[in-house]
Design a protein around this ligand. Structure first.
Ligand code: MN
Length: 233
């Protein structure tokens, strides 16, 4: 039996459509897992039941997080936020951390994971980070546009078998202060945090880039999904 990987969705439009780029689900399948797209129940018991149902949690990308969750007022460059996603995904992440369920977090996901555990975010890289490089690339998502240095002895460095990788980049927010018990394990050339992991859990890892957009052309990206799915067995 393949481990069941619950994946959070995007919520958009007048009818609150739930949707997900298939690349996330296909990457989990290619890595040996069984993807399962998660709904957005408002009740805490149902959120808890979802966490019991899955063998791992994949927090997907999407819109900005409401900065009130880390004690800040909205910066003028804050983008769209989704109160429904924030509330349910923060609860899912906290339940998963409490249960030591493997978590893999991508883009918005790593920001959410950090805030769920008590960390803070940069609300807008171009206006808040001096000499920042371009993190909102205008290129196909399989094309890496900036480099990332990985911490030795990190889950990331082990999973990727490298100390430096080239990644795609579609974000204007990033982890600022890592949550207690977490450390930044990947950094862009301008110092922006690109990877985060917990020292107190079996496999809780997030990346700021989009490996689900790269794995079909870049075998190294698939290794990240394989490490995650293996941790879920
Ligand atoms: Mn980036």
């Amino acid at each position: 039996m393949r481990p069941i990987i619950g994946i959070t969705c995007k919520i958009e439009g007048e009818k609150d459509w739930l949707y997900l780029p298939q690349s996330y689900a296909k990457a989990i399948e290619a890595a040996g897992g069984m993807p399962l797209l998660l709904p957005y129940p408002e009740d805490a018991d149902r959120i808890s039941q979802l966490i019991q149902l899955v063998d791992g949690l994949l927090l997907s990308g999407g819109v900005d997080l409401d900065p009130s969750y880390f004690g800040e007022q909205p910066h003028p460059a804050l983008g769209e936020i989704s109160p429904q996603r924030d509330a349910v995904e923060l609860a899912l992440a906290r339940e998963a951390l409490q249960a030591d369920l493997p978590v893999f977090a991508i883009c918005r996901g790593v920001q959410l994971l950090n805030v769920a555990a008590g960390g803070t975010l940069v609300q807008d890289i171009p206006s808040q980070i001096a000499k920042a490089i371009k993190h909102s690339q205008k290129a196909p998502e399989w094309h890496p546009t900036h480099r990332v240095r990985l911490e030795k002895d990190s889950l990331l460095a082990k999973a990727l078998g490298a100390e430096e990788v080239a990644v795609n980049s579609y974000h204007h927010q990033a982890v600022k202060s890592p949550a207690p018990g977490f450390r930044i394990t990947a950094v862009a050339p301008d110092g922006v945090a690109e990877g985060l992991e917990s020292g107190g859990h079996t496999f809780v890892l997030g990346v700021q880039w989009h490996p689900e957009g790269m794995w079909q052309k870049d075998s190294q990206s698939l290794k990240l999904f394989k490490s995650f799915v293996d941790a879920c067995r």
